[in-house]
Write a protein that binds this ligand. Structure first.
Ligand SMILES: NC(=O)c1ccc[n+]([C@@H]2O[C@H](COP(=O)([O-])OP(=O)(O)OC[C@H]3O[C@@H](n4cnc5c(N)ncnc54)[C@H](O)[C@@H]3O)[C@@H](O)[C@H]2O)c1
Ligand SMILES: OC[C@@H](O)C(O)[C@H](O)CO
Length: 279
């Protein structure tokens, strides 16, 4: 493959996503609500997918209103879909319906759906731990597989961004969460495995692994009993001494989504954690 370097456009990548169709799971969640704005601002149509239909519908309405308020014209098509990502049949059905609706195969998957539980391993009910691993790890596989199959059939390139966590490379302290940590370590290695299998189809698969972010996932812990002390303990272990805001992940997502900026990036786990894993 030869690359031109005779114009600015052939050297400086574009982060525009015009014409792309993005499937954004966990679409009603704290990280996705901000990422969805960035996707729409860059010109992508967005299909929000979440277990919580009501909140997902509301997120779609609010996203459209936000885009209009920002003068984005035309507003790319925004839709809302209900799906349990831990159920393979539901995932296949949802991916198929999105492609039929847009009359085109979606080519960008950002998979944020997932959850965390703090339970000591010796006391964790087996079915509860298995259910978490099913959603976080198997769900990442189901979404990737049923997103990729139609792309391969259509011979269209695409980009998959799975959301791991720094918990996939370190063990958080002091809260116990072995099932979450193991599920996220699995997501990171799933990323590498799929990247190798799907490179021949021009489908790049990468993982973004955040540190602690202020979203409903952490807010319910930080605002509960003993939450302030826990947050202080977390922040004392972060070199930048604070938690992140969701918008601090937009740059990484746009980089991994852009076919020109990250054309040679696949199988990567991008850890964005304020330096947590350095200490
Ligand atoms: N918040 C953090 O500190 C943090 C740090 C690292 C990684 N992460 C990861 O980032 C992702 C997004 O987290 P967030 O902070 O936005 O959490 P969040 O709780 O705000 O959002 C998660 C969303 O996923 C949805 N969801 C959960 N289970 C689902 C299922 N079975 N099917 C479909 N949707 C489901 C929820 O309804 C929710 O809308 C998660 O994968 C999380 O593990 C979060
Ligand atoms: O490690 C950061 C996140 O994955 C998450 O916020 C945390 O582990 C929840 O306890």
């Amino acid at each position: 493959m030869t690359f031109q370097t005779d114009s600015i456009a052939s050297i400086v990548p574009s982060f525009r996503l015009d014409g792309r169709i993005a499937v954004l799971t966990g679409g009603a969640g704290g990280l996705a609500v901000v990422l969805s704005k960035a996707l729409v601002a860059q010109g992508a149509a967005v299909a929000l997918v979440d277990l919580n239909q009501e909140l997902c519908d509301l997120a779609a309405v609010e996203l459209r209103q936000w885009a209009e308020s920002q003068g984005i014209n035309p507003v790319p098509e925004i839709t809302s879909w209900s799906c349990n990502v831990g159920d393979a049949d539901q995932v296949k059905d949802c991916c198929d319906k999105i492609n039929v609706h847009y009359n085109e195969v979606a080519d960008l998957l950002i998979h944020t759906a997932g959850f965390c539980q703090n339970v000591p391993a010796l006391e964790y009910p087996d079915d509860k731990a298995a259910a978490l691993i099913n959603v976080n790890l198997n769900g990442s596989y189901y979404m990737s597989k049923y997103f990729a199959q139609p792309l391969v059939a259509a011979g269209k390139p695409g980009s998959i961004i799975l959301i791991g966590s720094m918990s996939g490379v370190i063990v958080n302290h002091p809260q116990p969460q072995f099932a979450y940590n193991a599920s996220k370590a699995g997501v990171i290695h799933l990323t590498k495995s799929l990247a190798c299998e799907w490179a021949p189809y021009n489908i790049r698969v990468n993982c973004l692994s955040p540190g602690y972010i202020f979203t409903p996932l952490t807010q319910k812990v930080c605002e509960g009993e003993g939450g302030a002390a826990l947050q202080a303990a977390w922040e004392s272990r972060v070199p930048v001494h604070r938690m992140a805001q969701p918008q601090e992940f937009v740059g990484s997502i746009l980089y991994l989504a852009s076919q020109s900026a990250s054309s040679y990036t696949t199988g990567e786990n991008l850890v964005v954690d304020g330096g947590y894993q350095c200490w």
